[in-house]
Design a protein around this ligand. Structure first.
Ligand SMILES: [Zn+2]
Length: 362
């Protein structure tokens, strides 16, 4: 449900048809891992592109164009999909389905009509905020979000998303925003890349009450693969390390001669190296602990996967790129999940939500 490879397409001009030597995702490794469909995140970094306005919109538009271009450049591998039926048809043809979802509502620029604009461009989900709150929705990533839920405009945005058939994503939003969303949306609510707070106590994750409320809407929690949101205590260790490596991160940024995007890439490269060397490895078994937890709370119909590949500086040790997805299946089988349960986890549940979102629209 969520990969940030979009930014690599745009900023690094990577060719996803080739096996890439770095990163977590390309067509070759996707096929090795048995992946059929991928939602590419249309992520607008508000500090670099603004929390709204023409720059934020252009950043989103450019990323959506990059996903369309992927399918146009490699039609023998990828096709752009906007519905569950598209995914089924594309996969039956032996190709990979590329989809788009907006991460953070910055690109709608506080205008209701832009929800439909992005729907028409192909986006099929949106989270109201990434780590920075918008004027209309609080984020879990800043102090503002602690008290801010949706304002009246924010509620209108959710109703408009329901109307056009765009799924509502609660990953990254604040607790008050989460509750306002489930109380406003008339369609299933999803988390595209989150974990369980009962296991890893970070604000980005969902409490048991939230998971129950989300399931009641008919939605799905897609569990993220990022150690910080899976492993107890990892986030605290990472914060400590971040403080220690801050001078090296700053130096890498200053030495990079490129634009703001390339400076961010230089900072992330240092983090990636240091996290790999100095933070404890986490395995796929911990990811399945979160899947188990959701299943125990609300049953098999409300859980899925959202890797966050190419959006994180550390992966699970035995799920370090998309080619290793079978290690997840193996662990699910080992824990006694049936093949039909596993079908639901690995996309079946999300196809159901997509169909419900589309069906109610007509
Ligand atoms: Zn994210």
């Amino acid at each position: 449900m969520h990969a940030d490879t979009t930014q690599r397409l745009l900023d690094e001009k990577v060719d996803l048809a080739q096996r890439l030597r770095d990163g977590h995702f390309d067509s070759v490794r996707a096929r090795e891992g048995g992946l059929d469909a991928q939602f590419f995140s249309i992520w607008v970094e508000p500090e670099l592109f603004g929390g709204g306005g023409p720059k934020a919109m252009k950043r989103a538009d450019d990323q959506i164009a990059a996903v369309h271009a992927l399918a146009e450049t490699h039609p023998e591998i990828w096709q752009f999909a906007t519905s569950a039926a598209d995914i089924r048809r594309i996969v039956a043809d032996g190709k990979l389905a590329a989809l788009a979802g907006l991460e953070g509502g910055y690109a709608i620029d506080e205008k209701l009509e832009n929800v439909e604009r992005y729907y028409k461009l192909g986006a099929r989900y949106m989270s109201p905020a990434w780590s920075v709150s918008t004027s209309w929705a609080g984020s879990s990533g800043d102090g503002v979000g602690e008290k801010r839920g949706l304002n009246e405009f924010g509620k209108q945005v959710i109703r408009e998303m329901n109307r056009v058939g765009m799924m509502v994503d609660v990953s990254h939003v604040s607790d008050p925003t989460f509750w306002d969303i489930v109380n406003t949306s008339t369609k299933p609510v999803i988390a595209t890349h989150s974990g369980c707070r009962a296991i890893a106590n970070v604000p980005r994750n969902l409490t048991d009450d939230m998971i129950k409320a989300l399931a009641k809407t008919g939605g799905v929690v897609n569990v993220i693969f990022y150690p910080e949101h899976l492993e107890p205590g990892w986030s605290e260790q990472k914060k400590k390390l971040d403080a220690e490596i801050a001078p090296a991160v700053k130096r890498a940024s200053e030495e990079e001669q490129g634009d703001v995007v390339h400076k961010k890439m230089a900072r992330d490269a240092v983090r990636r190296e240091e996290y790999g060397k100095r933070l404890p490895p986490v395995t796929v078994s911990r990811l399945v602990d979160h899947i188990d937890h959701v299943v125990q709370l609300v049953g098999i119909d409300h859980v899925g996967i959202g890797s966050d590949f190419d959006g994180v500086q550390m992966t699970l040790k035995d799920l370090s790129d998309v080619s290793q997805l079978p290690n997840l299946t193996t662990e699910l089988l080992r824990r006694g999940y049936s093949e039909s349960d596993i079908d639901k986890i690995l996309g079946g549940n999300m196809l159901r939500v997509m169909e419900a979102t589309e069906a109610l629209n007509h």
